[in-house]
Design a protein around this ligand. Structure first.
Ligand SMILES: Nc1ncnc2c1ncn2[C@@H]1O[C@H](COP(=O)(O)OP(=O)(O)O)[C@@H](O)[C@H]1O
Ligand SMILES: [Mg+2]
Length: 317
């Protein structure tokens, strides 16, 4: 029953998203479909819609979840290199017809590697948003079985399904790809990633496939090289933290902030942790009824979050 509920939820979420967005100002899925249907690329391409059931595993579990994405790259702080490559990729996919006319295809297999909280998952969402297509997330727990043949069959089903429409297909945290769920069996991860890459070799679709991992170092370089592009994510630099402060404190009514000083207090934290500190400071500011959110608020919230992270055994990198 639970499994059916998940499928229903996903499908209803998908189709009701269309209805909702027909009247919404901010675009979303309806806009994505509209763009997808031709206004951007100049001709009609049918989108696989909510009326088509999502592919299921041999045990009846949905292998994908599909959602509309609202995150844009303008809300992210990325290294210059990564930003450039991502923009190039978006451009290649927007102009895939032009490339095809010259016998070329866009880069399709992307790997994002780096520590937790640096924006890998969000990048897959922002790519879908930038391309105006839905994000199809592979549900790894349903895909991976203790039989490699069954895992391969599941991946085949996913690729068969997704090639009928345009999406960004994401394999998030592929280092969790083991049937023992401990994420500890490197050989098994390698075997499953190899199966995915093999299946992708014959994937006729131009859909962008984004895999992410928090543990790139666990897997060998030879395997990674089979992706078209590898982007490395790192903890933010001082300058990037300063930009994050600007971005994440946008909602503050009044700021008295020396960003340089604030950024120093946040050094060594991930993007996600910097965001958490900003949210701590914003909440505190509202609840205390303070007129200004100040540098001291950021420093205090940073110190207390750092302390909690340390106590939880999650020191900074
Ligand atoms: N580079 C970034 N720029 C802006 N915000 C970020 C960035 N990285 C992470 N965040 C914030 O932290 C949250 C979690 O990031 P996520 O993409 O899940 O990281 P990862 O997948 O690398 O663990 C995001 O939803 C976003 O709010
Ligand atoms: Mg992630």
């Amino acid at each position: 029953m639970g499994e059916d509920a998940v499928i229903q939820d996903t499908l209803m979420g998908f189709s009701s998203g269309v209805q909702q967005n027909e009247t919404s100002r901010s675009g979303g899925l309806a806009q994505a479909i509209e763009r997808h249907a031709g206004t951007v690329r100049g001709h009609k391409r049918p989108l696989t819609s909510g009326s088509t059931p999502l592919p299921l595993s041999d045990d009846g579990m949905p292998l994908l979840s599909v959602s509309d994405s609202r995150v844009s790259f303008s809300e992210m702080v990325l290294s210059r290199d990564n930003h450039e490559i991502l923009l190039e990729l978006v451009h290649e996919h927007e102009r895939r017809d032009l490339l095809a006319a010259h016998g070329l295809r866009p880069r399709r297999r992307l790997l994002l590697a780096g520590p937790s909280g640096t924006g890998k998952t969000q990048t897959a969402e922002a790519l879908a948003h930038a391309l105006g297509v839905p994000l199809a997330r592979v549900r790894l727990a349903a895909v991976v079985s203790s039989y490699l043949g069954q895992t391969a069959r599941h991946i085949e089903k996913i690729l068969e399904f997704t090639k009928r429409g345009t999406w960004v297909l994401s394999f998030d945290e592929i280092d969790m790809l083991t049937s023992d769920r401990n994420g500890s069996d490197n050989d098994e991860i390698r075997r499953v990633v190899t199966v995915i890459l093999q299946e992708l070799e014959t994937y006729s679709s131009d859909n962008l496939v984004v895999a992410t991992t928090n543990h790139g170092e666990l897997l060998d370089a030879a395997l990674w090289r089979r992706f078209d592009e590898i982007l490395t994510y790192k903890y933010p630099t001082q300058e990037q933290i300063s930009t994050l402060l600007k971005l994440k404190l946008r909602r503050a009514k009044r700021l008295k902030l020396n960003r340089e000083q604030g950024a120093r207090a946040l050094q060594g934290l991930s993007h996600a942790q910097v965001e958490a500190v900003c949210l701590d400071a914003l909440r505190r500011n509202v609840l205390r009824g303070d007129e200004y959110l100040t540098t001291a608020d950021i420093v205090e919230c940073a110190n207390s979050r750092r302390k909690r992270l340390k106590e939880a055994g999650q020191g900074e990198k």
